[in-house]
Design a protein around this ligand. Structure first.
Ligand SMILES: Cc1cc2nc3c(=O)[nH]c(=O)nc-3n(C[C@H](O)[C@H](O)[C@H](O)COP(=O)(O)OP(=O)(O)OC[C@H]3O[C@@H](n4cnc5c(N)ncnc54)[C@H](O)[C@@H]3O)c2cc1C
Length: 313
């Protein structure tokens, strides 16, 4: 059964897995289908467009949004978890086909919990999902404002994209959609050498994969980012109590309440986009803004997940 709410300015749809593929040890790819995806769309390229997926609870049904209106989120939160399932944030990796045959492609990281406990519902769902399984997608409806794209380089001549495995889909989308004459560097830290993917990117953008293969999370990408900026790779100590799991500092939004500056950056040189585990992002933010003095308007710092913290909505 497909549920459709033409009154909502976004898509909140029950969808079906029409293709499930294990890309590598740490990544699973899903193509999701629904006739309602005929209306899936944004004003421009997808870039790092974020979406929400609502996974059914292990013992529950596919969450129903029957009768949803603009207060759907508050109503959904009031329901018991067995009924409402689990909402998590992901990225549009690609959109294939058209009309009612449009498919939404999502790449999900398969991970353990850091202390050996159960991984989260998103990763657990991805590890067992197969063709025919159903879940709910919250995504932009063509012709309506939705937000959720952070990549905004303005007139910058160079880009530096930095991310861990959870940001690989976003960086892949940005690289795919950059103009052909774009230049810069993309640094992608992934768990294993076997997780390296082939990405489409402009000739002037160097794509560097950094497989951890057992090294500490975030360490490779931290040093490589500083090296790319021509700075010495100084280790930065960030205490666990100094990390905001919801860290989100962009030119237009500040999770710490910093002043948001509306004018574009005063020069057209470099734009830096950083996403991944919040402690890694916090460490890079500290060096880039405090030590190297990068203008806030040139940088987006986004905590996509936090070690030991469930990102439940
Ligand atoms: C804008 C945005 C876009 C995102 N896009 C993607 C995407 O396209 N693909 C993707 O896979 N993720 C993406 N993420 C990250 C994803 O939302 C989180 O990793 C989320 O925590 C996964 O939910 P879960 O149910 O698997 O784990 P949770 O229930 O949130 O967490 C359970 C435990 O697992 C740990 N954990 C969570 N994620 C990881 C991880 N990657 N590696 C190791 N341990 C982890 C937590 O620390 C916690 O201890 C994105 C996040 C944001 C904010």
């Amino acid at each position: 059964m497909s549920v459709s709410f033409p009154d909502l300015t976004l898509l909140l749809e029950e969808v079906e897995v029409c293709r499930a593929e294990r890309l590598s040890p740490s990544f699973a790819r899903f193509e999701l289908a629904s006739p309602a995806f005929a209306e899936l769309g944004t004003d421009g390229p997808w870039l790092d467009q974020r979406i929400k997926l609502v996974f059914p609870h292990e013992q529950g049904p596919v969450p129903s949004f029957a009768g949803a209106d603009s207060s759907w989120y508050a109503t959904w939160l009031e329901r018991p978890v067995e009924e409402r399932g689990h909402m998590r944030t992901y990225t549009v990796r690609d959109v294939l086909g058209e009309g009612v045959d449009t498919r939404l492609v999502v790449d999900i990281v398969l991970h353990d919990d850091h202390d050996g406990a159960e991984p989260g519902p998103g990763s657990s769902w991805a590890a067992r999902a197969k063709v025919g399984d159903r879940l709910v997608v919250l995504a932009p409806r063509r012709g309506h404002a939705y937000g959720g794209i952070e990549f905004a380089p303005g007139a910058a001549g160079r880009v530096l994209l930095v991310g861990d495995e959870t940001a690989v889909p976003a960086i892949a989308g940005i690289l795919r959609d950059l103009p052909a004459d774009a230049s810069g560097t993309a640094l992608l830290e992934v768990p294993l050498t076997a997780d390296v993917q082939q990405l489409t990117a402009p000739a002037g953008v160097e794509v560097r994969w950094l497989p951890r293969d057992g090294r500490p999370l975030g360490s490779l990408v931290h040093d490589a980012a500083l090296e790319t900026l021509g700075a010495a790779a100084v280790p930065v100590e960030v205490g666990d109590d100094e990390v905001d799991p919801d860290l989100w500092e962009t030119p237009t939004y500040s999770s710490s309440g910093e002043e948001v500056v509306s004018e574009p950056a005063g020069h057209d040189d470099l734009y830096v986009w950083i996403a991944g585990e919040s402690k890694m992002v916090t460490g890079l933010r500290r060096v880039l803004v405090r030590d190297l003095g990068l203008d806030r308007r040139q940088v987006a710092f986004m905590g996509y997940w936090r070690l030991g913290v469930s990102m439940s909505s």
